[in-house]
Design a protein around this ligand. Structure first.
Ligand code: C2O
Ligand code: CU
Length: 469
């Protein structure tokens, strides 16, 4: 990491984005959106869907007319979307066809430690590993991605990420927009060199100023004038998105979106939002009714956190004709989670330790042989997670494997909107703290918790809890 920008340095504090890839990046909204292809089971039994995937180096056309080297599940950028049914097992046989190790994590999956993609369980080059996912959890937008020791930032940046969508029987009865009106959107940034190849340098977030949606630069999508479910995932390593929908430049209040789900699944009831904030790895599902726009209207998804044209224009929806729409958003959606009374309270401290130049949790960098926290299965705890950094360039967020938590408050203020639903990742503001209620109900063993700014976790901002009986 010799060339990394030291966070907090003068260079890191300069927030101006630099037009790095003028040569290759097309103007906004000139490329059509694509939706990642569905993974197709190689075999289905009464209880189980079997998939085979090969993790390999491949080429993808991300910028028009340019072939970019990527790492991809089945060579795709992003990876194929797995659609799972709650209660039906999914078995994915992953073959590592790369020259170095990899490990696959199902982010948001309530799976046993052995299936969770711990960095200690790496798949050697040429080897295979079967991941068994029971899908004993409600409908949710999950994703799978690399979790290699010290390497997840680079490997996810280069393409090792895909959607994993769980649907439960309860959802089927709700009448939400489905089929081609249910669209996963992986939002992220990237940095390209003059040849249109990915340029990855640890923590160089200032230069990652090309926005991609499902692997396409600032695309447009033709939509019918009816309701759509949009599953928004922040797949960036370090970039935050504050998303608004609207015609024109994106000034003022955004148009209403109906928020229906957070990381862990459907909210108890829909809510209306004019803006949603997503830190890396967070998901929110919204329903947008394009029938309220006249055919021909161009509706832009803006990132109000952006600092230039390149980073504010995420994608554009071009509204077409009115079509019959029998979908609806009922008043009651998922079940509210009840985590009960907390028995134990703990503090978790995250910061960049400038004396050693490392990102740490509770003063330590990640050691996969060390257990940092022991937690009893079935006991509810409150964790107060502190971001001890005050430099504006060092936000953190907090992700816990193997469970979903409830966010109680941030800097003492109750959270609202999608953040009040089931979560597995939450933004922790600079110099602030977030209190979460956590309980591990299922399996014994070790689960990671870490900052999901992947450059930070790769540099050691990660720890592990052992769930004990
Ligand atoms: Cu999405 Cu431990 O990761
Ligand atoms: Cu961090």
């Amino acid at each position: 990491a010799g060339a990394a920008v030291v966070p907090g340095s003068a260079a890191a504090l300069g927030r101006r984005d630099r037009a790095w890839a003028d040569v290759a990046v097309p103007p906004p909204f000139s490329v059509p959106l694509t939706v990642p292809e569905a993974a197709v089971p190689v075999r289905r039994t009464a209880t189980t869907d079997y998939y085979d995937m090969t993790i390999k180096h491949a080429a993808a056309e991300i910028l028009p007319g340019v072939s970019t080297s990527i790492m991809g599940y089945d060579g795709r950028f992003p990876g194929p979307t797995i659609r799972a049914e709650a209660g039906r097992r999914v078995v994915v046989r992953q073959t590592n066809a790369m020259m170095h190790e990899t490990v696959v994590h199902l982010h948001g999956g309530l799976v046993p430690p052995g299936q969770d993609g711990h960095p200690a369980d790496a798949i050697a080059p040429g080897a295979q590993r079967q991941y068994v996912y029971d899908n004993r959890q409600p409908s949710a937008t999950l994703w799978y991605h690399d979790h290699s020791h010290h390497m997840e930032a680079e490997m996810v940046f280069r393409g090792l990420a895909g959607f994993y969508l769980v649907k439960d029987p309860r959802e089927r009865g709700l009448g939400l927009p489905s089929g081609r009106y249910d669209v996963p959107l992986m939002l992220r940034d990237a940095r390209f060199d003059e040849q249109g190849q990915f340029l990855f340098e640890m923590d160089d977030f200032r230069y990652r100023n090309t926005l991609l949606v499902n692997g396409r630069p600032q695309p447009y999508m033709r939509v019918d004038a009816r309701k759509y479910r949009l599953r928004l995932l922040n797949g960036s390593n370090e970039r935050y998105f504050t998303l608004r929908l609207g015609e024109g430049e994106g000034q003022g209040e955004g148009d209403a979106m109906t928020v229906i789900a957070s990381d862990g699944g459907l909210l108890p009831a829909p809510l209306t939002a004019t803006s949603v904030m997503l830190s890396p790895a967070e998901r929110v599902d919204v329903v947008v009714d394009f029938s309220r726009y006249r055919p021909g209207t161009q509706v832009v998804l803006h990132n109000t956190d952006g600092t230039s044209e390149e980073t504010t224009n995420v994608m554009r929806f071009d509204v077409g004709h009115r079509v019959p729409d029998f979908s609806r958003v009922p008043e009651r959606l998922g079940r509210a989670a009840d985590l009960g009374e907390a028995i134990v309270t703990r503090d978790v401290n995250m910061n960049l330790d400038l004396t050693i130049g490392q990102f740490v949790i509770d003063g330590k960098t990640f050691d996969m042989d060390r257990v940092d926290t022991r937690i009893k299965r079935g006991e509810t705890e409150i964790w107060r997670v502190h971001n001890r950094d005050v430099r504006p360039s060092v936000p953190h967020n907090f992700h816990v494997h193997g469970t979903h938590f409830q966010v109680l408050d941030r800097n003492g203020q109750p959270v609202t909107g999608h953040e009040a639903g089931r979560k597995d990742t939450v933004a922790v503001p600079i110099g602030g703290d977030v209190r979460i209620k956590v309980r591990f109900d299922r399996y014994l063993g070790r689960y990671l918790y870490h900052c999901h700014l992947l450059d930070h976790s790769s540099m050691g901002m990660m720890a592990q809890a052992e769930v004990i009986g």
